[in-house]
Design a protein around this ligand. Structure first.
Ligand code: AMP
Length: 419
């Protein structure tokens, strides 16, 4: 038997209804906030992610699905959406025509990570990105939107962690302070951190390896190194969240795994998913549009982890099966032909109807109708055909009535619609 690739999964009927529900609520909310959908390819040139996400991040170093095209150029299944949205923003000239743009996109991402609960190699995200607004109002609005989204879905036990990562002005000084802090703790760090301590020391304070977590206790805090502008920005964000009653925790250790973040970063965390505790994350990335070849443009966005959100809302436990309104039981070849015509007619009218396609006995068709939990059964046997009447049985009240074959679908549809 050919099986799923490790780290990939099927989202089956019964689970998918929850995904649809989440997705439609996300769309309504995002569109109310002025975000418009953008659909992007799942494959981009490797350079986009290498430049956008940062060459010495985990994602670019070891998690990308990269394939050469026929000319040997690298192309990569997208590990995240922001770099693609930025590419599209630049490529379609938005910066020149109307730099303030809000986009959202929903779809699969690919990362070659070690699969475990809540961590897949193909996973789904809901992404929102807002371009052209430097004001902290954008940060507040984005985090408020996310808060409304989670509370609207009644997601249990989520807390928004927020931090500032500073800017090109103040971050280098913080980096230096960190490098000097970790320099005499190298032997306590994991091999990844030892390697990246110089190039990317922020990743060391973000490392989940217990030894590293312990070694960085007492590390300098970015909050103590923010320049006056970044401090003011962060203060305004916090005040804005307070004004809108968005609950949050200031978390000076929150750095996140992608290089492009500046100033505000945030993560929605839960204690209910074990080690994979982030359900959404995002932040400001004021430098990225320029890094990817566009004009200097402030921007901010977030990504919700769809798989984790669905797990939190119990996709596995709920049964979303909707029973058909009608099951048609037909006996004999002639009756089955007529029944099939009715079936198509009911379906075209938007009524969920089912029938037996195989010519089973009436008894087994009635069993099938019960298994489907159909609201009504329409019976058409040889006698009924001769009399020009079919029998309609209400499976709840057990009442039966005869319905003339002539004009039957109109009559039955009307009865079903009456309830
Ligand atoms: P990131 O782009 O890493 O900030 O991820 C944003 C969100 O996507 C995270 O908060 C997770 O909820 C989700 N996510 C990231 N990686 C995975 C993965 N491998 N499997 C499932 N969800 C993921």
């Amino acid at each position: 038997m050919i099986k799923l690739i490790r780290g990939f999964r099927d989202i089956l009927p019964g689970q998918v209804e929850l995904w649809q529900d989440i997705e439609s609520k996300a769309r309504v909310l995002l569109e109310n906030f002025g975000f418009r959908e953008i659909r992007l390819p799942i494959m981009e040139s490797t350079e986009l992610f290498a430049r956008g996400i940062g060459a010495d991040t985990d994602i670019v170093e070891k998690e990308m699905y990269t394939f050469p095209d026929s000319k040997g150029r690298g192309q990569t299944l997208r590990p995240e959406a922001t770099a693609s949205v930025v590419r599209s923003y630049i490529e379609h000239g938005y910066a020149g025509s109307d730099p303030v743009q809000k986009f959202y996109t929903i779809g699969p991402m690919f990362r070659h990570e070690r699969p475990q609960k809540g961590r897949y190699r193909q996973f789904y995200q809901i992404n929102a990105e807002m371009f052209g607004v430097a004001s902290p109002l954008a940060d507040v609005q984005i985090m408020y939107l996310l808060h409304l989204f989670f509370t609207g879905l009644d997601v249990p036990d989520v807390v928004t962690h927020v931090n500032s990562l500073g800017c090109p002005e103040c971050r280098p000084k913080f980096r230096e302070a960190l490098i000097s802090f970790v320099s005499d703790k190298m032997d306590r760090l994991c091999s990844d951190c030892q390697r990246r301590a110089e190039a990317n020391p922020l990743r060391v304070i973000d490392c989940k390896v217990p030894g590293c977590k312990e070694a960085v206790q007492g590390a300098p805090s970015i909050q103590d190194h923010l320049c006056p502008d970044c401090k003011e920005h962060f203060q305004a964000v916090i005040e804005g969240l307070d004004d809108l009653n968005v609950p949050y925790e200031i978390d000076p250790r929150l750095v996140r795994g992608l290089d492009y973040y500046t100033r505000t970063t945030f993560e929605v965390q839960t204690t209910l998913l074990g080690a994979q505790n982030a359900v959404a994350g995002g932040g400001r990335y004021d430098g990225l549009v320029k890094v990817l070849g566009g004009k200097e443009t402030p921007a901010i966005g977030f990504a919700v982890g769809f798989d984790r959100l669905a797990a939190l809302l119990g996709a596995e436990e709920k049964d979303f099966t909707v029973p058909p309104a009608l099951f048609i039981a037909a006996l004999g070849e002639d009756a089955r032909k007529i029944a099939f015509g009715w079936l198509c007619d009911f379906n075209a009218r938007g009524l969920r109807a089912e029938m037996d396609y195989e010519g089973k006995s009436l008894k087994s068709q009635m069993k099938q109708a019960n298994r489907f939990n159909a609201g009504r059964v329409l019976i058409l046997g040889e006698n009924e055909l001769q009399n020009g009447m079919a029998v309609l049985r209400n499976m709840n009240t057990k009442e039966q009535e005869e319905v003339a074959l002539d004009g039957l679908t109109d009559r039955v549809a009307a009865l079903i619609n009456q309830g």
